[in-house]
Ligand binder design. Structure first.
Ligand code: HEC
Length: 150
């Protein structure tokens, strides 16, 4: 009779794990998830910097249009960052992103227009109101479509 040693079971187990892992999450999708999280982080970076200028915490008024322009560019197609099959793996996106797609797209479109409005306002003088309206779109979408990190 043949008894598999615990060591062998462990080795076969981890080999299987290696073989199975790519089947569970295809690397293309993992890369997309990483990419969109980095885009969101970039968006947050520009928001933080723009906020400090708008609130008068720092000078750098000459940079405001750059931050606002970057936000407009990065937020022009948020749904494009959430293709089908990118709903598992290292993501905090809720199922609602896919199951309530029409609502998600509506929020994304609204956020895109608010970013465009902020970019326009940033070229003039006071952009505080437009900045706040844009910030509200981030919060609103995260509340319904993003898992809270503990
Ligand atoms: C239409 C919906 C939507 C809008 C609008 C939106 N986000 Fe997000 N955001 C998400 C979702 C969904 C995730 C989770 C992505 C994931 O984990 O795969 C996310 C993730 C993030 C993250 C976490 C990135 C990470 O993984 O470390 C930050 C930061 C962020 N968003 C900032 C912002 C800011 C700032 C704005 C507004 C200027 C904004 N987002 C607008 C849906 C949105």
């Amino acid at each position: 009779m043949y008894f598999a040693s615990p060591m062998k079971v462990l080795m076969v187990g981890s080999l299987l794990g290696l073989v199975m892992a790519p089947l569970v999450v295809q690397s293309g999708e993992e890369d997309i998830i990483k990419y969109r999280r980095n885009v969101m982080k970039a968006v947050a970076g520009h928001m933080g910097a723009a906020g400090a200028i708008v609130q008068g915490k720092v000078g750098y008024k000459g940079d405001l249009a750059s931050h606002a322009g970057a936000l407009q560019a990065l937020m022009h197609d948020i749904p494009g960052l959430f293709p089908k099959d990118s709903d598992f793996g290292e993501t905090n996106a809720l199922d609602a992103v896919w199951s309530k797609r029409a609502e998600f797209e509506k929020r994304a479109k609204d956020a895109g227009s608010k970013a465009a409005a902020f970019a326009k306002a940033a070229q003039g003088g006071s952009a505080g109101a437009a900045f706040k309206e844009l910030g509200d779109t981030c919060k609103g979408c995260h509340k319904d479509f993003r898992r809270k990190e503990d």
